[in-house]
Design a protein around this ligand. Structure first.
Ligand SMILES: *Cc1c(COP(=O)(O)O)cnc(C)c1O
Length: 231
């Protein structure tokens, strides 16, 4: 039963090493433990081993886990990392502190509307399809700025950064240019000072590629299998 704790130690060590390699402070990097394959017991174990943020990729599953875990997760952040359908927005904004996957005006509009109804402001990231793969969600890099300008008019949404999922690659170095491109895009956007838009977070890097992502500036990595084991 020590595996999750051991896995976490190894991952934190690797994050630290990757950060120090490029003169970054390892403390600046947030680890999102992606629990889509994890059981309730495993999630509890991860929390007692120090996990501070849980990432889920389905609203329904998160809702169920949230109810069961509520006593254990008072200080734990919940992030939605997977795709969000418009009809699930009303549940999602109640559960999640940050939605990583906003990729359409329609979705942003619904988040804004529901957030207003609930008297809240919702933090989001914009998902960018940097690699241009057709199978991926996310908006094209060149459309990000106009997109942000449009959603900056939604007063109940705060954009906190960008997210991407790199292509699957055998050689980790192949994904480096995609991560670099997202970081450059986020720097460019930060300089534009768009209303309601801040580039606090750069969410990139998963089990296979988080070290490269950290070297390229990620400050939020989303790791599932590396923590909970390979299925
Ligand atoms: C599953 C998932 C992850 C974690 O992937 P692993 O390869 O298990 O680390 C990260 N981000 C998103 C969007 C996911 O769906």
């Amino acid at each position: 039963m020590e595996t999750i704790k051991n896995n976490l130690e190894k991952i934190n060590e690797k994050i630290k090493k990757a950060a120090l390699k490029v003169n970054r402070n390892p403390e600046d990097i947030k680890l999102v433990a992606v629990t889509k394959t994890a059981t309730i017991e495993q999630i509890k174990e991860a929390i007692s081993a120090g996990v501070k943020i849980i990432g889920e990729n389905k609203v329904q599953e998160a809702k169920e886990k949230y109810q069961v875990l509520s006593a254990d997760i008072a200080d734990i952040g919940w992030h939605l990392v997977g795709h969000l359908q418009t009809n699930k927005v009303k549940y999602a904004i109640e559960i999640f502190d940050l939605i990583h996957s906003v990729d359409s005006i329609k979705l942003a509009e619904e988040i804004d509307k529901r957030s207003l109804q609930f008297g809240m402001v919702t933090n989001i990231l914009v998902e960018v399809n940097v690699s241009g793969e057709e199978t991926k969600y996310g908006i094209k890099p060149e459309e990000v700025e106009p997109f942000l300008k449009e959603i900056s008019e939604f007063s109940r949404i705060k954009v906190r950064g960008l997210m991407t999922i790199a292509p699957i690659a055998e050689d980790k170095e192949e994904v480096r240019p995609y991560f670099r491109k997202l970081r450059e895009l986020s720097e460019k956007i930060e300089n534009k000072n768009i209303k309601n838009v801040k580039m606090d977070y750069l969410s990139m890097g998963m089990t296979e590629d988080f070290e490269v992502a950290v070297e390229e500036g990620a400050n939020m990595v989303r790791i599932g299998r590396g923590i909970f084991g390979f299925h």
